[in-house]
Design a protein around this ligand. Sequence first.
Ligand SMILES: [Zn+2]
Length: 157
Amino acid sequence: MKKELQQKLFDRFPNIFRDRNKPPQETAMCWGIACGDGWFHLIWSLCEDLEKVAPETVAFQVKQKLGGLRFYVKKSSHEARRCLDIAEVNSFKICEWCGRAGGPEGSKGWIRTLCLECRKKEQVGWRPWHETNFFWFRVGKFFRDLFVWRGQNEDQV
Ligand SMILES: [Zn+2]
């Protein structure tokens, strides 16, 4: 998600996103909101609902998986679970990239909920920046972890 939009959510719901600056060992929120801009309003109203019925909710990871919104929280209550489930169901009807009406489609781990316009872009290979960005972030993390792992092993020898 675009930095400006993400910041709006962080500013409006500081409690839900209170772990956003914590290290990756503690939370996946350090990676930010890992889905397209089209779900901004969906996440906004989900957070409004959580604030009302489960104000102690803290987000652990927010991402797109298999075409749906996955909003993981640290401690879940029955009330929070209901809001999260409803938001996930609704995410399959909203284009993840632009917010218009859409539907899930795709195969082999590349299922996306998109509108017709965005589907055309996807088919010619266009990807929103956050997905390419996230990919390079993961590549970077892989090599950092490998380094740390090698370092630890060399210490033991
Ligand atoms: Zn779209």
